[in-house]
Write a protein that binds this ligand. Sequence first.
Ligand SMILES: [Ca+2]
Ligand SMILES: [Ca+2]
Length: 498
Amino acid sequence: MGAEVRWLINVIISSCLCAVLATIPHRKFEYKYSFKPPYLAQKDGSVPFWEYGGNAIASAENVRVAPSLRSQKGAIWTKSKTNFDWWEVDLVFRVTGRGRIGADGLAFWYTENKGAYDGPVFGSSDKWVGLGVFFDSFDNDNKHNNPYIMAMVNDGTREFDHANDGSSQMLSGCVKDFRNKPFPTRARIEYYMNTLTVLFHNGMTNSEQDYEICLRVENIFLPKTGYFGVSAATGGLADDHDVLHFLTTSLYPPGTQPPAPSTQGHKLTPEEEVKLTQEYQEYQKKLDHQKEEYKKEHPGAVKDPESEFEDWFESDSQRELRQIFSGQSQILDQVKLLSQKLDEVVGRQERALGLISNIHAAGGVPQQVGVQPGVPTGQQPVLIDTIRRHEVDAVLANQNNIIAQTRELRGFLVEIHTKAESLLQKSPPADTSNVLRELKDGIGALKQQQVPLNAPLNTCPSCVTPLMLFLGFAGHLVIMFIYLLYRDNKGAQAKKFY
Ligand SMILES: [Ca+2]
Ligand SMILES: [Ca+2]
């Protein structure tokens, strides 16, 4: 039972796989329509199976289609026409320049005929028949949408509208920055079953996976056979336009197979086969020989993969520089903002100083000032009523007055003190003499007021008569006699008790 289930699952999986595989085209690398480093160009500067011209320069590492000089144009075209219907091209390139803005751009071509090497459309011919994929660096129509990637199919009748960056002529496009990237940028252009797809890799990583879709257009009919080409141009501004890899793969829908050499157009005779094999071997020998010679002549120039990494690190530092630059721009903005604020503060201070000077000019009376320009209506300037000059003068005068009065008082006190001292020193004789004088005056007054002798005695209420005196004495004696009797009696009674 278990074995049957497993068998069933296997059948289902394999049928699914078959269904998936049935949609995947068969692929074949087309070396005659490709170039890549190392030894991209040979010693004589030629690129096998390719022709280049204009200002293009091929080296062992890349094809500099247009260098970073003003008004340069260059192109590189395949020597032979394609012999397959559907294809995919991997274009690895770098557009680098010192400027924040570059120009003009790079073009990928698939056209019925080879284009020019110094043409008006990104370095090649206008009114082409076939496909052009343009990497347009410069914003001619000033819509702030460059660098821009776009595809345009032409039937040989239309002129490229440079002024509008071909915006009304293109099939489709996308805004993608491909300039000054740390790693080479990549474009994958696929034409398969009348569908054109352009994928883009922004060169921020070195991964071969990070492609994004830029455009996909169906029902595209390109010439049955054609030439591949790359062109580039600079203007007033100039970038280096370098193509590192141009790798073409022919695609065959499931069920069709790439034609075997024997069935391709004409059958090779054994002589031709031998001749081609010899040619190939000679080519290989020549290549090896040139490699050796190059190594001998340039012992330090042969780059190993690590030095290639160094190049990338250099680019990394370029990127860091750019980041630093953007950081500094932000700092600059902030400094500008601060400067503005500082100006505002200075302006306010000047206004405040103006107000203060107005107050002083008005004799210290705070003025009701209207709304100043720049001062918000809700914030009337607050005028603090401080002490004024004449008030200060008055206070000072008062203080001086008090001090003078205090001094005066002090003088008086000192005078009093001295007088008191002198009085204390001189007082006893003066006192007795005064008392004596007073006594003398009193006696004198008494003498003057003496009672006449002939005046009756009873007229004096304070005088005691002799009778009254006698009666007083008699009463006193009686009281003493009674007391003595009482005391004797008491003493007799006390003795009785013993
Ligand atoms: Ca442009
Ligand atoms: Ca534009």
